[in-house]
Design a protein around this ligand. Structure first.
Ligand SMILES: Nc1nc2c(c(=O)[nH]1)N=C([C@H](O)[C@H](O)COP(=O)(O)OP(=O)(O)OP(=O)(O)O)CN2
Ligand SMILES: [Zn+2]
Length: 117
């Protein structure tokens, strides 16, 4: 099995308003998010790729347009947890690139959440 990954960055604010008021994340705050999309394939295409990294620029455009310097509560339907964002980006990628196997989202350098169905 071959695996590739590409990393994307954006900055955004959010508020996990469903948490108790004394939880720090119930307050308005922001993160420098890192999104890593992972693709896998048993065989390489004619170019010797799982998928050309260059094609993933479409995800950069999606993130830049809809997520970068946005308030995530206005962008996503559910709570903007790293887990929900990982699933959101996974599903967005999967319909475009069937080789997508997982997406990881970091809010801080010390944490990540992954969606890998
Ligand atoms: N499982 C999850 N837990 C938390 C999430 C999440 O998305 N999934 N999100 C938050 C907050 O939005 C924020 O990310 C706070 O994270 P945390 O690591 O607790 O914040 P700090 O960097 O301040 O942590 P320190 O350990 O104090 O440095 C909370 N939980
Ligand atoms: Zn947060």
């Amino acid at each position: 099995m071959f695996r590739i990954a590409k990393e994307f960055h954006f900055s955004a604010s959010h508020q996990l308003a469903h948490l108790p008021p004394d939880h720090q994340c119930a307050r308005l705050h922001g993160h420098n998010y890192v999104v890593v999309v992972e693709l896998a394939a048993a065989e390489l295409n004619a170019d010797g790729f799982v998928r050309d990294y260059h094609e993933l620029a479409l995800l950069k455009h999606y993130i830049d347009t809809h997520f970068d310097h946005r308030h995530l509560n206005d962008v996503l339907d559910g709570p903007s947890t790293a887990e929900n964002m990982a699933r959101h980006f996974h599903d967005w990628c999967k319909v475009r690139w069937p080789e997508t196997v997982a997406v990881r989202v970091s809010e801080t350098p010390k944490t990540w959440a992954e969606y890998r169905p």
